[in-house]
Ligand binder design. Sequence first.
Ligand code: SF4
Ligand code: SF4
Ligand code: SF4
Length: 272
Amino acid sequence: MKKYLPPITMLVIFEAVAITLWLTKDNIFYLFNFSYIGISISLGLFLLIRKYKYARRIVQLLVGSYMLIYLGLIKGENMQIEGFWYYLFTGVFEAATIHYAVAKIFGPLIFGRGWCGYACWTAMVLDFLPYKVPKEPRKKIGWIRYIMFALSVVFVGALFLTHVGNLERIMFWAFLIGNIAYYAIGIALAFIFKDNRAFCKYICPITVFLKPMSYFAITRVKCDKDKCIGCGKCERVCPMNVKITDNSRKRENGTECILCFECVKNCPKDAL
Ligand code: SF4
Ligand code: SF4
Ligand code: SF4
C-alpha cells in the first residue's frame, strides 16, 4: 500500500486546492477543474507504479487536451504566458494566474517540472514525434527563452499602455495564434535538431519560471551509488540530457528533469 502514497498524496493536494478555491472564490468551477486534474495525475501515477507503458502519455492527453480544448478554446481562457501577464496586470487572481501559481511557480517546489512531463499541451503533441531521445548534443541557444519571456511581457504591457479595447478578445486570438506558432516551431525544431524536446530546451519562455523553482524541488530522481555500475544507459535514454547519476542539485541540466522516469525504467541495476 505504501507504494501508492504518491498518487494518494497528489490527489489530496489537488482536492485541498480545489475545495479551498471553490469555497474562497465561491465558484464551483474550481472544484471541477482541480479535481479533474488531480484525478488525472493520480491515475497516471497509479498506472506508472503498476508499470503501465503509456501511463505518462495518458495523463498528458487527459490534462493537456482539457486545458487546450476546454479551457483555452471553449472557455476562452488564455493559459499561455501572455494570459498570465494579462490577468496579473489586471490584478485578477484567477484562470491563468492561479494556473501559473499552482503548476509553474510554487508547484515546482514540490513536483519539479512534472508539468512538463505530464500536463503541457505543447509537449503532448511534440512527444508523438520520432526523436524521443536526442540524436545530437545539446545546443547553446537556451538564451532564446529569455527573449521570448521578455517579448511576452512587452506584448501585454504595450496593450495596456496603448489602452487597446476588447482585450479579452485579443487574448483569445493571442492564445490561438500563439499555440499554432508554438506547435509549428516545436515540430520544425524537433526535426532540425532530431530532438522532440528542442522547443522545451531552447525556446519555451515558461522555463524562466520553471527552472529556478525546480532547482529546489522535493521530488527528484536520485542515484544509489552502491548499486550503479556506471553503464550510462540512464543518460542515453534521457530526453532532457540530465546527468542523473550526479545527486547534487547542481547536476548538469538538473533543472531540466521532467520526471518522465525513462532513466528509472531503463536502469539495469534498479539504481535510480
Ligand atoms: S518546457 Fe514549455 S513547452 Fe516544454 S513541456 Fe515545459 S511548459 Fe511545455
Ligand atoms: S543506468 Fe543505472 S547502473 Fe547504469 S549508469 Fe545509470 S544509474 Fe548507473
Ligand atoms: S529520463 Fe530521468 S533524468 Fe531524464 S527527464 Fe526523465 S526522469 Fe528526468
